[in-house]
Design a protein around this ligand. Structure first.
Ligand SMILES: [Zn+2]
Length: 271
């Protein structure tokens, strides 16, 4: 099944897919072990910085081979694509899905750029996600204005996107205070459009709110910060207490940490 079909399916059934970012072989392996053990499907995401770090072709080749090797149903998605050129490059490399993020541009400009991405992706039968509203990026202020239902409806109709990231009190990175999602607004948006609704910045959102968000219409949940945190914190604590230089003896512990984190998240999301 293509990612576009799977996401449409899940949206209709009121279920959600977990979309997780990976950064290297070790984080990828941890994510896939969790999916394998829980028999879950997974969206594997790469941000532009991860693609600069890994290279587009090595990144997708590694993801594809590992999905097959570990017998996990999954897809590869560009997270926060910042330009049409980036979108094209990823589609040419074989990505199943791309996000075009022109959310910081005025509404009409966001529509124009997103529409162009949708047009290009059509010949690849790829899924396209856009963002409407202000979801604070790392180090940006957490003040926000929730995405309006009317704007969401008009935006989806004008662009033809399959998936839309919305601002409902969510933000990237860890939260300073426990977030309180605007589920009322989510319901209003869900009522006026059939496209998949995406929740970015789920690191630190309490489990009950994630489940409530799925009940109110979210069908893709993005998780990145908690994975990085689990992996690096484990490495830091291990390296502080050892002189071991054989990385193959140290890394498996950090891979395990990622696996355990994702197993927990999947149990919340699949419940
Ligand atoms: Zn995001």
């Amino acid at each position: 099944m293509t990612m576009k079909e799977k996401l449409a399916d899940f949206t209709q059934q009121g279920k959600a897919l977990l979309a997780v970012n990976f950064y290297n072989f070790e984080t990828l392996k941890g994510l896939l072990l969790a999916a394998q053990q829980t028999n879950s499907s997974l969206i594997l995401q790469l941000s532009e910085s991860s693609l600069h770090y890994l290279g587009i072709k090595p990144a997708i080749a590694m993801a594809r081979v590992m999905l097959k090797e570990m017998n996990v149903e999954g897809w590869v998605h560009l997270d926060h694509g910042g330009s049409i050129e980036m979108v094209k490059e990823c589609l040419d490399a074989g990505f199943d899905s791309v996000m075009i993020d022109a959310s910081e541009k005025p509404f009409d400009e966001n529509v124009r750029i997103t529409k162009e991405a949708v047009k290009i992706a059509a010949s690849y039968n790829a899924n396209v996600e856009a963002e409407l509203g202000y979801i604070a990026k790392l180090n940006q202020s957490h003040t926000f204005e929730p995405t309006s239902a009317e704007d969401a409806k008009n935006f989806v109709e004008a662009t033809g996107v399959n998936a839309l990231a919305i601002a409902i009190g969510n933000a990237h990175g860890f939260y300073k205070e426990t977030p309180k999602l605007r589920l009322d607004r989510l319901k209003e948006i869900r009522a006026v459009t059939t496209c998949a609704l995406v929740l970015h910045g789920s690191s630190g959102i309490p489990d009950e709110q994630l489940q409530e968000a799925i009940r109110c219409g979210i069908s893709k949940i993005n998780l990145a910060t908690e994975t990085k945190n689990a992996f690096m914190k484990k490495l830091q604590s291990l390296l502080a207490n050892t002189d071991e230089i054989d990385l193959r003896k140290i890394f498996p512990n950090a891979i395990d940490e990622v696996k355990e984190l994702i197993i927990k998240k999947l149990s919340v999301i699949n419940a």
